[in-house]
Design a protein around this ligand. Structure first.
Ligand SMILES: [Zn+2]
Length: 189
């Protein structure tokens, strides 16, 4: 993974996503929307790992990958990640996090589930590969997508009123909120 043109090897990608999923499960245990993220350095070393903390911190910007990017840069004493770094996150990053990714400049981005309601890495827009920006992240093929999405849909389904649990499942998204039954199954923030 030292050569920024050669994608990280399969076992490293698998390890990264396993660690991100572990973080997502920690979030669920704290009643946080289960999204986890890790950053591995150019030699595969763990630079940061975190999970969504929006409820715990009362901070709408405390998304897993945003926190991990800040922690990795702070630990390195730098405003950018080393070339060859990989960010792995269980859910497609939102516009805020995609912006943070462009600023922190990981070379590689790997995510699990698509976020059709808020994703900014291909779903609603594609911030990380926008040719008008001065850094573009190499987006790797999604990995463990079903598992990453199931964590989210199970989380929201368990928080819906019993009467609403029969309908279509909630969409895997940070934007889904376990508040009230929604006929479309897509509660908005
Ligand atoms: Zn985000």
């Amino acid at each position: 993974m030292t050569d920024a043109d050669v994608p990280p090897a399969d076992p490293l990608l698998e390890r990264a996503m396993a660690l991100a999923l572990e973080q997502a499960r920690r979030a669920a245990a704290l009643d946080e929307v289960p999204v986890g993220a890790v950053i591995l350095g150019p030699d595969g070393e763990l630079l940061a790992a975190d999970h969504n903390r929006t409820e715990t911190d009362h901070d709408p910007t405390a998304h897993a990958e945003r926190l991990a990017l800040s922690a990795a840069c702070a630990a390195a004493g730098a405003t950018r990640l080393p070339a060859g770094s990989l960010l792995a996150v269980t859910l497609e990053p939102c516009a805020m996090c995609a912006g943070a990714i462009v600023l922190a400049r990981p070379t590689w981005l790997l995510f699990g589930a698509l976020d059709p309601k808020a994703g900014a890495c291909g779903s609603l827009r594609d911030v990380v590969r926008d040719p008008r920006l001065n850094h573009r992240v190499a987006l790797l093929p999604r990995r463990r997508e079903v598992e990453c999405g199931a964590l989210l849909t199970d989380f929201f389904r368990a928080r819906r009123p019993a009467a609403a649990r029969e309908g279509p499942g909630p969409s895997p998204s940070y934007n889904a909120r376990p508040v009230a039954p929604d006929p479309a199954g897509l509660a908005e923030r």
